[in-house]
Design a protein around this ligand. Structure first.
Ligand code: UGA
Length: 435
């Protein structure tokens, strides 16, 4: 299959690289010349474990190429994936579809022969209809099938998620397109990954409903964690106890500082907006967003309380800045709100993150960045784990105790147990577990 991927951001690049790895002939396209130049040199614009070697291997084999020009790749393509961004529209929370529609208009002019145009970008229900309309208006002679093919990749796990998906969802109305999409995903299909064919609108909604459900699941556990703290119960045991019920499932039950990232916050908002527009408001999702928003500042209050109620002029050290481990992505990271709230309360903040500090420097003011966890912890009155990087899971607490002003660990991801921390002479505060 010949495949063109429009948009070489997170989704486009990972999908394009993995599709070329299946043996397809893939061109990843982006308007950003610097990004394309860097990719041609083998430099990745994002941190994603394993991506660089897949890109390098497939470029070498001649199956993966990068271009700023959409025309030549689209002309010969069997499938054109649209994988451009759909950020939250400033002001109203709707998904901004201007990049998607611009891509549709531009690619329409280069369509030759039967071509499937598959939307990988996360788009509100009904967007495929508009893409279809734009393409046919721009190029009435085009022989095209517009399908929805949402992605379910997690940052930091994207390669594995692509290769071993729980399912592949394709929203389709055309039998020829169905055959083409089956061919695209044949290697996965042979690996038993269920290929779910449905209508385009249903497929678009599956993506949003999935992310909203996961955001709700996390937020539910975060509220249960607060309840556990008051009730003297242990949220991790509650998670295990309910998660073993297969109707609930054990994943995404980790209480923490609230969800962040490039997907859950924007997708829940966009779904809320679509539902309101259709006159069917989703009150559970609305509440999830509100509860998650208040949680981040509540985490800062938790730190302040652990410090005795006053952090004015005191140094607090933050470990982990990205919204989750194994990414350099700082978008909607709980660390941003927590740090701001601590600074508002008068604290001096130092921080360390294995991959996120470059992005963090442009987003945070008056933060001192350490060269490692110990450098950041020097002289601190509290060490706060905000992101559960592996590098924080086996720290030297004797060393930390000797360099910190006060030995206090606030573990917002529950990666330690009080039984292992307190013998080192540390005070220990975690989320949803008995003090
Ligand atoms: C999420 C979905 O998991 C993917 O399936 C989806 O494809 C993607 O959004 C997307 O729409 O593109 P991602 O945002 O990369 O993936 O990361 P997650 O692993 O889902 O984590 C999201 C947030 O939830 C993080 O802040 C994480 O720390 C938090 N989280 C996750 C918890 O607090 N507890 C959990 O149990 C799980």
């Amino acid at each position: 299959m010949r495949i063109a991927v429009i948009g070489s951001g997170y989704v486009g690049l990972v999908s394009g690289a993995c599709l070329s790895d299946f043996g397809h002939d893939v061109t990843c396209i982006d308007k950003d010349e610097r990004k394309i130049e860097a990719l041609r040199r083998g430099e990745m614009p994002i941190y994603e474990p394993g991506l660089d070697s897949i890109v390098a291997g497939n470029v070498k084999m001649g199956r993966l190429a990068f271009s700023t020009e959409l025309g030549p790749a689209v002309e010969v393509a069997d499938v054109v994936f649209i994988a451009v961004g759909t950020p939250s529209r400033r002001g109203d929370g709707h998904a901004d579809l201007s990049y998607v529609y611009a891509a549709a208009r531009e690619l329409a002019q280069s369509l030759r022969g039967f071509t499937v145009v598959a939307t990988k970008s996360t788009v509100p229900v009904g967007t495929g209809d508009e893409i279809d309309r734009i393409i046919r208006e721009t190029n009435p002679a085009a022989d095209v099938a517009v399908v929805s093919n949402p992605e379910f990749l997690r940052e930091g796990n994207a390669i594995d998620d692509f290769r071993r998906p729980d399912r592949i969802v394709v929203g389709i109305a055309d039998e020829r397109a169905r055959q083409v999409m089956t061919e695209v995903y044949r290697p996965l299909y042979l690996n038993q990954a269920p290929l779910v064919f449905t209508t385009r609108r249903t497929s678009e909604l599956i993506k949003y409903a999935g992310n909203a459900f996961l955001a709700m699941k996390i937020t539910f556990m975060n509220e249960i964690a607060d309840l556990c703290e008051e009730a003297g119960a242990n949220v991790q045991d509650v998670a295990r106890g309910i998660g073993l019920d297969q109707r609930i499932g054990s994943k995404f039950l980790h209480a923490g500082p609230g969800y962040g990232g490039s997907c859950f916050p924007k997708d829940t908002l966009a779904l809320i907006k679509s539902a309101q527009d259709l006159g069917k408001p989703l009150r559970l999702v609305e509440t999830t967003v509100a509860v998650n928003d208040t949680r981040k500042r509540a985490m800062a209050r938790k730190v302040i309380a652990a410090c005795g109620g006053d952090v004015r002029g005191r140094k607090i050290s933050i470990l982990g800045l990205t919204f989750k481990p194994n990414t350099d992505d700082m978008r909607e990271s709980p660390a941003l709100t927590i740090i701001q709230a601590l600074q508002d309360a008068g604290a001096r903040v130092a921080a360390y993150d294995p991959e996120g500090m470059e992005q963090a420097r442009s987003l945070l003011e008056n933060v001192t960045f350490g060269s490692d966890p110990y450098d950041a912890a020097e002289g601190a009155e509290a060490l706060v784990i905000v992101t559960e990087w592996n590098a924080f899971r086996a720290m030297d607490f004797q060393r930390l105790k000797s360099i910190m002003a006060t030995p206090l660990l606030v573990d917002l991801r529950n990666i330690y147990r009080k039984e292992e921390i307190r013998p080192h002479g540390f005070a220990y505060v975690s989320v949803g577990r008995p003090a």
